[in-house]
Design a protein around this ligand. Structure first.
Ligand code: 5AD
Ligand code: SF4
Length: 374
């Protein structure tokens, strides 16, 4: 029996697919090289922008013929997209040949759902559940081991679907995280450990034992072994001086911070509910560069947020020009149903979003060329 997993979206999803692989291998499945050879195909989806969802609809639709040829083929769709009840229903009604549609909280039960489907049921499940710490991972990222330290997000940036599909922030206990890392170090296969969370700097805020992110980093660095640690993603409003100090002082921590700015204009930042200003963002960059001169800094930007004027976009442009990031991701704003920004008036036409994103990417290319960075 063979499985094939198709992953969309961020590193958290890449890591979650390692969990799916772990569950399936525990059930006796092994990995198929091609989807045509698989007995079960799992789509681990992303909902962050419309384009990601369109690709899933297209690719799931393409399986209709395969399912016709092989009635026993099991098709499962999970991840952020299916956590939205309406999208899950749409998937099921558009593609009746899909067997399992599960949301982000029900992944631990994937094995049980597969068994149920073999008995002939189509399943759709998306109610909130707990994190399961006991599931095995099948690590697939070479020398890098991903470690999830928390899930969810409490920030509700007005453009973002994540808080709706991943729930509120839930930190894992420091003990569980350290045990997982000790095990990874013990396997001697991994040179790098990347800590993952929507907002790693909020680590511990929901715990009652006083744990925080800087403390977690310090504890990890005390572990013996030849490894480097990095982390993502940081929110500028929560990146503390203490964390910058730890990154500066610990040899085991990679000198790299991904710090999404999203915009360089204060009015847009306010509408995005980011809770910092351009000036505050620049002061954090300055602080990082003063304390960690060789630190690589990368960022994310959204252009064409509702009501964004050309002048306001120019503020984003000038921020990128001023900071000279090691690299940036620039996205065209994509309205996500249910978020505050999707209901705002004055949505920006696609042509303008295209032209702004192209301008920003051209600047990024120029800076990379001049600074000789990747
Ligand atoms: N439209 C465009 N980009 C978005 N991002 C998050 N939500 C949206 C959206 N609705 C971007 C942000 C974030 C990155 C992971 O995706 O820049 O940092
Ligand atoms: Fe989305 Fe903002 Fe949370 Fe990041 S911090 S996941 S952009 S709501």
């Amino acid at each position: 029996m063979k499985y094939f997993i198709v992953t969309y979206g961020c590193q958290m999803n890449v890591h979650e697919s390692e969990k799916i692989a772990g569950i399936l291998e525990n059930m006796g499945y092994s990995e198929a090289e091609k989807r045509e050879q698989a007995d079960i195909i799992v789509f681990n989806t992303c909902a962050i922008r419309e384009g990601a969802e369109d690709r899933v609809f297209g690719n799931v639709g393409n399986l209709k013929k395969m399912k016709k040829r092989n009635k026993d083929l099991i098709i499962a769709v999970c991840g952020c997209m299916t956590q939205k009840e309406q999208t899950a229903q749409k998937l099921l009604s558009t593609f009746p040949f899909v067997d399992i549609v599960i949301g982000t909280f029900n992944l631990p039960q994937l094995g049980a759902y597969i068994e149920a489907v073999k008995k002939g049921r189509q399943l759709d499940v998306w109610q909130e559940g707990d994190i399961d710490e006991t599931l095995p991972y099948k690590r697939t990222s070479g020398e890098n081991a991903w470690v999830n330290i928390m899930q969810g997000c409490n920030n509700f940036c007005t453009y973002c679907i994540v808080p709706y599909v991943r729930g509120r922030e839930k930190s894992r206990s420091m003990e569980n995280i350290l045990n997982e890392i000790k095990q990874i170090i013990g396997e001697k296969k991994y040179k790098k450990i990347t800590l993952l969370g929507q907002n790693v700097n909020s680590y511990g805020n929901d715990l009652t034992d006083g744990s925080n992110f800087a403390g977690l980093l310090r504890e990890i660095c005390k572990l013996e072994g030849d490894f480097k640690v990095s982390f993502m993603t940081s929110h500028p409003k929560d990146l503390t001086d203490e964390v910058i100090e730890v990154v500066a002082s610990e040899d085991k921590i990679e000198k790299y911070i991904h710090l999404p700015a999203q915009s360089g204009n204060d009015r847009v930042l306010k509408l995005m509910n980011r809770k910092y200003t351009r000036e505050k963002y620049l002061s954090i960059i300055e602080k990082i560069r003063a304390k960690i001169p060789d630190c690589r800094i990368t960022s994310d930007f959204i252009v064409g947020f509702p009501t964004e004027t050309e002048e306001e976009f120019e503020d984003t442009y000038s921020l990128v020009k001023q900071v000279r990031f090691d690299s940036i991701f620039a996205f065209m704003y994509s309205p996500r149903e249910g978020t505050v920004a999707s209901k705002m008036e004055d949505q920006i036409p696609d042509e303008i979003k295209h032209s702004r994103v192209n301008k920003l990417l051209a600047l990024e290319k120029k800076i990379q060329k001049e600074d000789g960075k990747r």
